[in-house]
Design a binder for this molecule. Structure first.
Ligand SMILES: O=C(O)CCC(=O)C(=O)O
Length: 252
């Protein structure tokens, strides 16, 4: 696997958003460094710690090997609906500009906001595309931005992407604990370690996965899936999401 440690595009503003968008469209994913500063990261961790103490809704637990050897929180769904801090993060211009450059004019709507906790002993998230999770959304135009809240390394389960896989369309998946792409070989994947505060963008059809967390610390990241505001729930009409439009009209 190739290591993308040194390949990210610097702070993403203005014209650089176009470069990031070109990379997303050509490779299916892109890396942007140093999006969140230290103060914002500390706040993100504090908000998450508090949320974990109080919230029981939207929390998905999984059996994680190692560590305490018991069920631990794997992910928190819809964090931006319960925590304003995360909604404001999802609305940041430096995140929205590349998304808007890929998805085209008009408004951008948040579709999901998920904190991936990957606790010590956290297991591999198997190879999948995001679009097959949301078959009811038509058309399936998604860009996901994954922001590292902790350093994300090969040892603690950083993301991996299959470059070019976004051109293969929606692939057949089978249901295990998670949806998994059928007959997929991860050998050609690109590992993307991130420092806390860096982020990646990927398309709804880009195959991606994350490794197990072999360390004693959590590897937390928040994923915002965006789509154009005009897409609908297939056959039912109406907005497909409980989220507000985060980038109204033209983002810029
Ligand atoms: O954070 C992870 O381990 C998996 C994230 C992921 O699959 C996603 O954001 O689509």
């Amino acid at each position: 696997m190739r290591d993308e440690r040194r390949r990210g595009i610097g702070k993403c503003i203005g014209a650089q958003a176009e470069l990031v968008a070109e990379k997303i469209i050509s490779d299916g994913f892109a890396v942007v460094r140093k999006v969140l500063d230290r103060g914002t990261l500390l706040r993100a961790r504090a908000v998450l710690d508090a949320a974990l103490r109080t919230c029981t809704n939207n929390v998905s637990k999984g059996w994680e090997r190692g560590g305490a050897g018991r069920h631990q929180v794997r992910k928190i769904r819809d964090i931006a609906l319960s925590e304003t801090f995360f909604l404001e993060l999802a609305e940041r211009r430096d995140l929205l500009l590349p998304v808007a450059a890929v998805l085209g004019g008009g408004g951008i709507r948040l579709h999901t906001s998920t904190v991936w906790m990957k606790p010590p002993g956290g297991e591999m998230k198997p190879p999948h595309q995001d679009a097959p999770h949301w078959l009811h959304v038509d058309p399936p135009l998604f860009v996901t931005c994954w922001v590292a809240i902790d350093d994300s390394t090969c040892d603690n389960g950083c993301l991996n992407f299959c470059r070019g896989s976004h051109r293969w369309g929606r692939l057949p998946h089978r249901r295990e604990t998670d949806l998994v792409v059928m007959d997929f070989d991860t050998a050609g994947g690109v590992s993307v370690p991130l420092s806390a505060g860096d982020c990646t963008f990927h398309l709804g059809t880009t195959v991606h996965w994350s490794g197990p967390n072999l360390t004693e610390s959590p590897r937390r990241g928040v994923a915002f899936a965006y789509m154009p505001s005009w897409v609908t729930i297939d056959g039912r009409g109406g907005p497909p999401s409980r989220y507000p439009i985060v980038g109204g009209g033209r983002v810029g």
